[in-house]
Structure formats: C-alpha cells, structure tokens
Ligand binder design. Structure first.
Ligand SMILES: NC(=O)c1ccc[n+]([C@@H]2O[C@H](COP(=O)([O-])OP(=O)(O)OC[C@H]3O[C@@H](n4cnc5c(N)ncnc54)[C@H](OP(=O)(O)O)[C@@H]3O)[C@@H](O)[C@H]2O)c1
Length: 277
C-alpha cells in the first residue's frame, strides 16, 4: 500500500517531504514519468544538471496535472547578476515548458563576485513576477543565509544542503528549525557510499527494510527535512518512497546519528563552497 507523502510547510509553501532528484540523469523524461506514476509529487532539477528538458517531458507524458507537482529548479553561480539571473530563469522555464516553478533556488552562493543584495533582489523579483511561487537558497552557510534573508524582500522557505548519516549537520538544522525554514536534504543516500555500512545493514535486516529506506526514514523522522533521492532504476525509485509505514526507535535513530564522520561531506567544490558550519 502506498502511504500519502506528508507536506512540510514554511511561509505558505507546502512541500512534499520526499522529492525525486535528477542530477546526472540527463535526458530523464522516462524516469521522471516513472517517478510521478509511482507517487512522487516533488521533482528537483537545476539549470546546471542539464535535466530540465527531460523533467519537462516527464511531467507532460506522466499525465499528472501540473498543479499537483512541486517543481524545483536552481540558478547557477555563473548567473547571479540581475540580468543574467532573469535570463537564466526564462531559460529554465522554457526548458521545463512551464509558466512557473514552485520553488526557485540560488544554486551556490558567490558573494565575492556578485553582491548578495543584487542576487537576492533578482530572486525575489522572479517570485514577484509570478515565475516562482516560492524561493530558497542552496549551499549557503548560516552567515550567508542570515545576510541573504536580510537582503531579500520575500521570505526564503528552504535551505537545500547535503545531509546523510555520514555528515553532521546539527548546527544548520537547528538554525533552520529556529527560523522556520524547511531543510531539503541532497545526497541523502551519500551517492551510494553507505550501502555497505554494517550498522545500517543491521538495522535494515532487523526491520525488514532496505538500507535506502532506513536512511530516508531517519531523515524524514527528524522532522522539517525533505530528502530528494535520485535513482535511475524504477524499482528503487518506488522503494525510496516507501518510508512512511514504519518508525525507527530512539536507539536506532541515535545509532545512525553516531555514524557521522569528519570526512563525510561529498559536495565540496573548491573555490565555490563556502566555509561550512
Ligand atoms: N543543490 C545542490 O548543490 C545539490 C548537490 C547534489 C545533489 N542535489 C540534488 O539532490 C539529488 C540527490 O543527490 P545525488 O543524486 O547526488 O545522490 P543520492 O540521491 O544520495 O544517491 C544517488 C545514488 O544512489 C543510488 N540509489 C538510489 N536509490 C537507491 C536504492 N534504493 N538502493 C540502492 N541504491 C540506490 C543511485 O543509483 P541507481 O541510479 O542505480 O539507483 C545513485 O547512484 C540530486 O539528484 C539533485 O537533484 C543538489
């Protein structure tokens, strides 16, 4: 039986708690249609991934009404000047063949090259022009997030950042919780690095679930976190959604928290990544 996907809310935004990630999936129309037919209602893409056209195709062939889908894209760090930003948003909408996205992100901060005030004004303008229903940022540290909120005339609803059992994100998560921001967890399966983990396999065996389901359950059970796993395999796409029919015990949650390690971060591009919290 498929359980309903809970919604997370922030400033009037209602985000389905699990999304389908599309980086590295390229021409992903069939996979996106598969995900939508399996029950996903939140699709994560970015101009940078080259998957926007595939996402648009997938939405159309799925037959799922546009209004039922929470569609997310991002403006890349090369396009943070006001003019370039607006052009990038237009290009994304054209790639996706839609009039608006539900959530628009700044993909990576670049405050040394473009003043944050300019970028955040451009982001808010996209919302005011009706091109994005909600706005957020990805890969910002707390200091940049504070500055971004200060400069942004519209509320930010989410911070998208890396999170999985090998990465301690307590500081950032506490901050988001205090400010009422949803935390969208990317690389929730650590890009496959955790599938041989003995603790995760032990819990999975006890529970009769897969390691992916244990990890995704651990993420959603913390509250306020929306993981966006990617898979190119239809069975795994469906499997990753089946995490709302069981609960981990406090001891199991704690065992998974204890797996965090100093070298756990995966997405850390030199020259682009901020000083992480
Ligand atoms: N904002 C940013 O800067 C940023 C950065 C990175 C990612 N993201 C977003 O977050 C999404 C997810 O992150 P990610 O794609 O880097 O990695 P991920 O979702 O952590 O891991 C994807 C990998 O896990 C495998 N996998 C998925 N489900 C599985 C299952 N049930 N059992 C076994 N293996 C499974 C996939 O292989 P198969 O395909 O073979 O199933 C793939 O190799 C991205 O697609 C993107 O939308 C955003």
């Amino acid at each position: 039986m498929t359980h309903a996907i809970p919604l997370l809310s922030s400033h009037g935004c209602a985000m389905p708690q699990i999304g389908f990630g599309t980086s590295q999936l390229g021409d992903c129309g069939d996979l996106v249609a598969t995900a939508l037919k399996a029950g996903y209602r939140h699709i994560d893409t970015a101009w940078k991934y080259g998957s926007e056209k595939g996402v648009g195709t997938g939405i159309r062939v799925s037959g799922v009404p546009r209004g039922e889908i929470f569609l997310v894209t991002k403006v890349s760090h090369e396009y943070l000047r006001a003019d370039a930003f607006a052009k990038s948003v237009d290009e994304s909408l054209s790639n996706l063949q839609v009039d608006y996205v539900d959530l628009l992100h700044v993909h990576w901060p670049s405050p040394e090259k473009v003043p944050l005030a300019e970028t955040m004004t451009a982001l808010a303008r996209a919302k005011r022009d009706g091109l994005a229903r909600h706005i957020g940022v990805a890969n910002f540290n707390i200091a940049l997030l504070e500055e971004a909120q200060h400069h942004c005339p519209e509320p930010l609803v989410t911070l998208q950042g890396e999170y999985h059992p090998y990465l301690d994100q307590r500081k950032v998560l506490d901050y988001c919780q205090r400010k009422g921001l949803i935390f969208t967890a990317y690389c929730p399966l650590a890009r496959g690095r955790l599938f041989n983990d003995p603790v995760l396999n032990d819990i999975a065996k006890t529970r009769g679930k897969t390691v992916a389901q244990i990890v995704l359950r651990w993420l959603v059970q913390q509250g306020g976190i929306a993981p966006i796993p990617r898979s190119s395999n239809p069975a795994r796409i469906a499997e990753n959604l089946q995490v709302f029919d069981f609960e981990l015990s406090a001891a199991e949650m704690q065992r998974i928290h204890a797996l965090a390690r100093p070298d756990g971060r995966i997405a850390n591009p030199e020259g682009r990544a901020p000083a992480w919290d």
